[in-house]
Design a protein. Structure first.
Length: 559
């Protein structure tokens, strides 16, 4: 058994190194172009905001936009103003919030647990599969997660020391989270803290006058966004939004977008079954899924044994916050896999506690070998899948990359066998494996896959051929937003190709070639298009891929 002092002096350095490696792999993911739909859409809205300099009203391809709050667009447009209009500038603010999430998770866990559990929790969050995804396929969830765990850390600091600066920072975090994805940021705080104080029988904490100050700060910070929503929608009831006129931007933000999905007021409905998010968390929280499930069961059985009563420095913020938030999201009529990512830091602390108990305690000794064997099997299979993805779908295979992968696996295996890594194998194996998997997927699979995303490839053709973007039009297709973003241009739709001038261009698909006069247009270039976020086995098979893709054309008018 390793004591805490030994951990701080030795294993801590290895965990810190693994976290730094995870951050580097996050950045490696930036070589991947933005993926349709959400990330490309949000990047394009940020670009449009920067160009128009209208920071209170929001547009998507010149159309009124009412879905997500503005924080992501504000910060990304500022980043583009500094670093230029590119995908790295769009991702940079969310990358900072990912770092904030890991640090805040460490600091939050330190308030209740040992230094070892704090470091383990930070490692779990930094290296879970979801973090590798949401640092390159950037949506609002990366920022939301950062705001929420930072707010929880600050308000728990305030409960302990009573300092106003912590209360003010918690208020800022809640307001920031609400301006990122709506009232869910406030509700997660309530879901996490309320059961904790109820189980501690500390009801005074539920009714403190300082909460009124917090509420006032939050309301003041929400005023600019609310003014923009009111001006853009409430003052214009004639606007049609989601097929309805008379839409209130304020009501949509504060009620319909979140609570309306539960009450049925929102017309959106998808994946509306209770276990959808959990099914997706099984892969999204790899390689720590088994540890998390073990920790969750352990916490639930533990609170039952304690007759739902906490004492001393025990906390129920993490487990209560995760379970209640999951239930609230799980009964929604519209769910996407990343919705649960807001409570990944809480899941990381639950996991960190159980790993500590499994490895450094005595009560779970019998589970160490089965868990290790399970992970050896799982990551061996994932290694095979990784080889196949790099080698087969997009020939010719990158021999250099495959050779490097083999070398890394051999060296890592030797290091584990000879115990050269001063970290238990049950931690080192999943952590290093997921780093290798994501590094080689990002460098060997995604770049080739994204060549089949039409907007990215078309923008490359336009740039390489030096085509005049002002003379390029869209004909009948619902084009990718990446086309606008990577071309840094808004392409106009044309309904009648005959109205175009000689030498103008149109972009269309094979489905609409029959509606054009073939004598009037000449093919400049063509690419194959596929909805890459909906991968299928037939597409991954090179011999069947042509039947799964749609030809897209750039045509030039002859006369």
């Amino acid at each position: 058994m390793t004591n805490t002092s030994e951990f701080v002096g030795k294993e801590r350095r290895v965990i810190l190194l693994l976290i730094c490696c995870a951050v580097l792999v996050w950045l490696v993911g930036w070589i991947i172009p933005l993926i349709e739909i959400d990330a490309a859409q949000y990047a394009n809205i940020s670009r449009e905001m920067l160009i128009s300099k209208n920071f209170l009203q929001f547009y998507d391809r010149s159309q009124d936009y009412l879905d997500k709050p503005p924080m992501l667009f504000w910060l990304s447009s500022i980043s583009m103003r500094i670093f230029g209009i590119n995908d790295a500038a769009y991702r940079f603010p969310s990358f900072l919030f990912a770092l904030l999430s890991v640090y805040s998770t460490f600091r939050f866990a330190s308030l209740f647990y040992s230094r070892r559990i704090s470091w383990l929790s930070a490692l779990v969050l930094a290296t879970c599969q979801a973090m590798f995804l949401i640092t390159h396929d950037v949506r609002t969830d990366t920022m939301l997660m950062g705001w929420v765990i930072f707010g929880l850390w600050q308000i728990c600091e305030w409960y302990g020391n009573g300092k106003w600066e912590n209360l003010l920072l918690a208020s800022l975090a809640i307001a920031g989270g609400m301006m990122t994805k709506g009232p869910i940021a406030l509700m997660v705080m309530v879901f996490a803290l309320a059961p904790h104080f109820i189980l501690k029988r500390n009801f005074r904490q539920l009714f403190r006058w300082e909460y009124l100050v917090m509420l006032l700060i939050i309301v003041v910070l929400l005023i600019p966004m609310s003014i923009g929503l009111y001006q853009q929608f409430d003052l214009h009831p004639e606007k049609v939004v989601y097929g309805k006129s008379g839409t209130s931007g304020l009501r949509f933000f504060f009620w319909t977008q979140s609570f309306g999905r539960i009450t049925g007021e929102s017309s959106w409905s998808e994946n509306a079954h209770f276990f959808f998010l959990f099914q997706n968390l099984l892969w999204g929280f790899l390689p720590w899924t088994i540890f998390f499930i073990g920790g969750l069961i352990d916490d639930l059985t533990g609170i039952v044994r304690k007759k739902f009563l906490l004492s001393g420095n025990e906390e129920w913020i993490t487990t209560g916050g995760f379970i209640i938030t999951y239930c609230a999201l799980g009964i929604s009529r519209y769910q996407l896999p990343h919705y649960i990512y807001v409570v990944l830091p809480l899941a990381a602390v639950i996991t960190g506690k159980w790993i500590d108990k499994l490895i450094y305690g005595d009560s779970l000794q019998k589970w160490r070998k089965p868990v290790l064997i399970f992970h050896v099997i799982v990551f061996s299979l994932l290694g095979i899948v990784l080889f196949l993805l790099i080698d087969m779908p997009f020939p010719p295979a990158n021999i250099l990359l495959i050779s490097l992968l083999i070398i890394c696996i051999v060296l890592f295996t030797i290091a584990l066998i000879k115990k050269r890594i001063p970290l238990p194998t049950i931690i080192a194996l999943p952590a290093v494996s997921i780093l290798l998997i994501n590094f080689f997927i990002d460098t060997g699979f995604y770049p080739k896959l994204l060549q089949y995303q039409a907007g990215v490839k078309l923008s490359e053709v336009i740039r390489e051929r030096h085509l005049d973007k002002d003379r390029i039009y869209i004909f009948k297709i619902n084009e990718d937003r990446t086309l606008h973003f990577y071309s840094n241009h808004f392409f106009v739709h044309v309904a009648d190709p005959d109205s175009l001038r000689k030498a103008d261009y149109i972009i269309t698909s094979s489905h609409f070639l029959d509606s054009l006069n073939p004598n009037q247009f000449t093919i400049v270039d063509s690419i194959q298009d596929f909805h890459v976020s909906a991968l299928s086995l037939p597409f991954l098979n090179p011999s069947r891929r042509a039947r799964e893709t749609t030809p897209m054309y750039i045509l030039q008018k002859k006369y």
